[in-house]
Write a protein that binds this ligand. Structure first.
Ligand code: HEM
Length: 336
């Protein structure tokens, strides 16, 4: 009888201690969420990176534009609430997602591609890998598959349970922004001017639709004239593709080699041939007297690749959810 009472007290005390330890651990993690780290899934999903790369490779072979869609989608995820996969959530009754935001209207293919990667990952590692991390890895692979640099992606992001249509319409920069507005948006996300110029090098792949550069061709800043900072030879060519009225969906490559991750984007800025106004304004950025960033990147692919990788790591670390925050969504479009 005595021994069963002491056994019972021992069990009770152990359970109380366990509960206290887990509460302390939980509150410590809530107060100090763990940082992202490389190799986060090396035990829970060792094949993760191979799976993501395989699906991305097939997708880019099928349609080379897929690399650009995914890279841009990651940027739009990170700038709104942080890199938490919120951009992937579908609208639910009474809770509009970010997909309806003006800058996010062209991502149907990218959402399908994230679904395809997630399906493959869930098959091998169920309920282990967040959609936010899948997007971070797929973006790195988009860069590698088009000829750009490789970097180790710090992982451990968890997925948001809410999205913000309002923030998506405010926090994502548009092509008509001037330099000081761009700098202040990037600064508000913890990114420097150098990060911004390096990250904009993502426009070395992909295309823009006419309505995003029309103002530059016909009515820059309400002057009823083209942007004086636009090379007259390319002006004519672009006017043929993008008429003053209509043709809004017609696309134009963001640089001379829209499927290759190289320095042509910066070379085009120097020739005053950028497609977007927000790109051309970067040409004047200097880190100090005689330190023109765009010229440096245009002339030194190694330097550009190094700074781009570093800036992507910084952008990928904007307000992630980690530890006990958020969740691991089973379907990237819906919260669990
Ligand atoms: C500096 C601020 C930025 C502005 C104002 C901006 C704006 C734009 C605009 C207006 C387009 C054309 C979209 C269309 O017409 O469909 C575009 C395309 C693109 N952006 Fe940016 N962007 C910026 C920075 C970035 C960053 C940081 C990244 C990624 C790291 C990025 C990746 C891309 C890519 C890859 C495309 C091509 C997408 C495609 O082919 O559909 N952008 N951007």
């Amino acid at each position: 009888m005595r021994s069963s009472t002491s056994m019972f007290s021992f069990l009770l005390i152990s359970m109380i201690l366990l509960a206290i330890t887990s509460m302390v651990l939980h509150s410590t993690c809530m107060a100090h969420p763990p940082p992202l780290r490389k190799g986060f899934y090396s035990a829970s999903c060792p094949d993760l990176e191979r799976i993501v790369l395989r699906v991305m490779r097939d997708a880019v072979v099928r349609n080379p534009r897929n690399a650009a869609y995914i890279l841009r989608l990651f940027f739009h995820d990170c700038f709104v609430q942080g890199c938490d996969g919120s951009v992937l959530l579908d609208d639910v009754l009474g809770l509009p997602g970010e997909k309806g935001a003006f800058p996010n209207k062209n991502f149907a293919e990218a959402f399908l591609l994230v679904d395809a990667i997630k399906r493959e990952v869930e098959h091998v590692c169920p309920a282990a890998v967040s959609c936010a991390d899948i997007l971070a890895l797929a973006s790195r692979d988009a860069v590698v598959l088009t000829g750009g640099p490789h970097w180790e992606v710090a992982l451990g992001r968890r997925d948001a349970v809410v999205a913000s249509l309002k923030l998506a319409n405010i926090d994502i920069p548009t092509a008509s922004y001037n330099l000081s507005t761009l700098i202040s948006i990037f600064r508000s996300k913890g990114l420097s001017v150098e990060d911004m110029v390096a990250l904009s090098g993502a426009h070395t792949i992909g295309f823009a639709r006419c309505f995003n550069y029309k103002e530059r061709l016909y009515n820059q800043s309400g002057t009823l004239k083209p942007d004086p900072n636009l090379n007259v030879f390319v002006l004519r060519e672009r006017m043929m593709v993008c008429p003053p009225i209509g043709g809004d969906g017609r696309t134009y490559p963001l640089d001379r080699t829209p499927f290759v991750f190289d320095t042509s984007y910066y070379k085009d800025l120097i020739r005053r041939s950028a497609v977007l106004y927000s790109d051309q304004v970067l040409e004047s950025v200097a880190l100090g007297p005689g330190m023109p960033l765009v010229n440096w990147f245009a002339g030194d692919a190694r330097l550009f690749f190094e700074r781009f990788s570093e800036a992507m790591t910084k952008m990928g670390s904007i307000n992630p959810l980690t530890g006990f925050e958020g969740e691991i969504r089973r379907n990237c479009r819906l919260r669990n």
